[in-house]
Ligand binder design. Structure first.
Ligand code: GAR
Length: 220
C-alpha cells in the first residue's frame, strides 16, 4: 500500500475525487496519510479533518521558499510518504522539494500542457481562441507545469464560454483523470522514458481515449 500526501490551497475538489476513488476501491494500492495546506482556511483541510485524516496547516508567513519547503518535506518524511499529490496547491516548489521526491510528485493543471502554463490557464485558453482545452496530470520537475505528462482530458471551448464556464467543464474531467493517474501510479503502471511517460494500459482504463486497448490505434 503506497502512502500518499495531498497538498492543496483551497477548495480541494480534486482531493475529494481521489479520496472517493480510494473509498470506492477504484484506487486500491494507495491511502492518503496526510493533507497539508499553506492556507489555514482551505476548504480541503476541513474536508480532510471531516474524513478523519491528518490535516496540517503550515504557515508560509515570513519564510523563504526553501525554508518553507524544508518544513513540508520534514512532515512528509515523518509520515513516510511515498508520493505527493499537488491538488490546487498554489505555490511553486523549490528545487529542494522536487529533488527530495524526485519523480514522486504529481500535479494537475487545467490546460492541455505544454499550452497555457501558470495562472489562469482557462482564461488564457479563452483569450487565445483555442477550440479545445482540457486538463493534464504530470510529474513535477523544477520547471513550472513542465514535467512528463501522465494523462490528459480534452474538452471543447465554445464561443459563449467565459473563464467560469470553461473551468467548470474542465474540472469535471479533472475529477476523472486525477484518480486515473493515481491508480496507474500506485499500480506501478507508469514508466518515465526520456521525458515521456509510458503507460501499461488496461481495458478497464476506459476514460482515456488514447488508450489503444479501448480507442483503437487512432484514438477515440
Ligand atoms: C483545479 O482546477 C486545478 O487544476 C487548478 O486549481 C484548481 C483546484 O481546484 N490547479 C492549478 O491551476 C495549478 N497550476 P480544487 O481545489 O477544487 O481541486
Amino acid at each position: 500500500m503506497y502512502r500518499l500526501a495531498v497538498l492543496l490551497s483551497g477548495r480541494g475538489s480534486n482531493f475529494e475525487a481521489i479520496l472517493n476513488a480510494i473509498k470506492n476501491g477504484y484506487i486500491k494500492n494507495g491511502k492518503i496519510v496526510v493533507v497539508i495546506s499553506n492556507n489555514k482556511e482551505a476548504r480541503g483541510l476541513k474536508v480532510a479533518k471531516d474524513n478523519g485524516l491528518d490535516a496540517i496547516f503550515v504557515d508560509p508567513k515570513g519564510k523563504d521558499r526553501e525554508t518553507y519547503d524544508r518544513e513540508i518535506v520534514e512532515i512528509l518524511k515523518k509520515y513516510d510518504v511515498d508520493y505527493v499529490l499537488l491538488a490546487g496547491y498554489m505555490r511553486i516548489l523549490s528545487g529542494y522539494f522536487v529533488n527530495s521526491f524526485k519523480n514522486r510528485i504529481l500535479n494537475i493543471h487545467p490546460a492541455l500542457l505544454p499550452s497555457f502554463k501558470g495562472l489562469h490557464a482557462q482564461r488564457q485558453a479563452i483569450e487565445k481562441g483555442v477550440r479545445f482545452s482540457g486538463a493534464t496530470v504530470h510529474f513535477v520537475t523544477e520547471n513550472l507545469d513542465d514535467g512528463p505528462i501522465i494523462v490528459q482530458s480534452v474538452v471543447p471551448v465554445y464561443d459563449s464560454d467565459d473563464e467560469d464556464s470553461l473551468s467548470e467543464r474542465i474540472l469535471k474531467t479533472e475529477h476523472k483523470i486525477y484518480p486515473l493517474a493515481v491508480k496507474l501510479l500506485t499500480e506501478d503502471r507508469l514508466k518515465i522514458n526520456n521525458g515521456r511517460v509510458l503507460v501499461d494500459w488496461d481495458e478497464a482504463d476506459d476514460f482515456y481515449v488514447t488508450n489503444p486497448k479501448v480507442g483503437g490505434e487512432d484514438g477515440v
